[in-house]
Write a protein that binds this ligand. Structure first.
Ligand code: NDP
Ligand code: 8X3
Length: 254
């Protein structure tokens, strides 16, 4: 068995890679920053003796994921656990000031990318009558907050796709879990605010956010339940973030 993790070059995906490697699972890691993946892979091979394959992949590139799956069929068909983690927010504008290029990026990555990646694993999982798809959603996919608009919509979409996969794959033996975190300190806010460190830091100021490891622990726990148990959804907030709304969340829109 091996575990495929998208967006393993930082944050939650990287922490998942470390946790599954520590649990002696072989890995297939993808992200756009391939050098980071290669460094992580080398570290995990040395530390845990696991096999790790890495591929530079932009999940928006459907032709590339299909070509990789065809060229490396043995590796892809050996995947029993798919962690759809690659994702991002871009900008935090009210919708009337939103930038269409940010909307495209979020929808193409968080939704279409998840679909393109999932699609290449379904035939082999269905044939094997086993598999586990873990989608990293968000509390932003459970509740909307001001200026969250398109990011929230993309994560509501992840929730819809997770539920749809459960219906459509019913009877196949494949489990589908959605893990929906609140505030996690990763590179997420740096990406959202395009490297503006002050804005990114303000998100977490005076609070104790979740760590990427908290989420990886949860993903691993879901996957390690017996085959007849499917943890359908997990919503995890930091203790100091009682709800998604901005006064609790830390950053108010400009
Ligand atoms: P990071 O920015 O630290 O990690 C995001 C990962 O996604 C990176 O490895 C990045 O790799 C990858 N990624 C982004 N775009 C693409 C792409 N087009 N193709 C392939 N990989 C891509 O943030 P997080 O770890 O926090 O984010 C992981 C997931 O968790 C996301 O889906 C996010 O929406 C979700 N989430 C995060 C929360 C938070 O507060 N941090 C809360 C709730 C959910 P690279 O740039 O190398 O391609
Ligand atoms: C990330 C959490 O609340 O910033 O998905 O949207 S939030």
């Amino acid at each position: 068995m091996s575990v495929f993790i998208s967006g393993a070059s930082s944050g939650i995906g990287e922490a998942c890679a470390r946790s599954f490697a520590a649990a002696h699972q072989d890995l297939v890691l993808v992200a756009r920053r391939e050098v980071r993946l290669q460094e992580l892979a080398q570290e995990l091979r040395t530390q845990f003796g696991v096999k790790v394959h890495t591929f530079g992949l932009d999940v928006r590139d459907r032709a590339k994921i299909e070509a990789l799956a065809a060229a490396h069929a043995e590796i892809f068909e050996g995947v029993d656990v798919l962690v759809n983690n690659a994702g991002l927010a871009k900008g935090r504008d009210v919708i009337q000031n939103g930038k269409p290029e940010d909307w495209d990026l979020m929808i193409d990555t968080n939704l279409k990318g998840l679909l393109y990646v999932t699609r290449v694993f379904l035939p082999s999982m269905i044939k094997k009558k086993r598999g586990h798809i873990v989608n990293i959603g968000s509390v932003a996919g459970q509740w909307v907050y001001q200026s969250g608009n398109v990011y929230c919509a993309s994560k509501f979409g992840v929730k819809a796709l997770s539920e749809s996969l459960r219906y459509d794959l019913h009877g196949s033996g494949i489990r589908v879990t959605e893990v929906s975190p609140g505030m996690v300190k990763t590179e997420f806010s740096q990406v959202r605010f395009e490297g503006d460190q002050e804005k990114a830091d303000a998100v977490y100021a005076g609070k104790t956010p979740l760590t990427a490891q908290d989420i990886a622990d949860t993903v691993l726990w879901c996957v390690q339940r017996p085959a007849h148990v499917n943890i359908q959804e997990v919503v995890i907030f930091p203790t100091e973030q009682p709800s998604i709304h901005p006064t609790a969340f830390g950053v108010r829109p400009d």
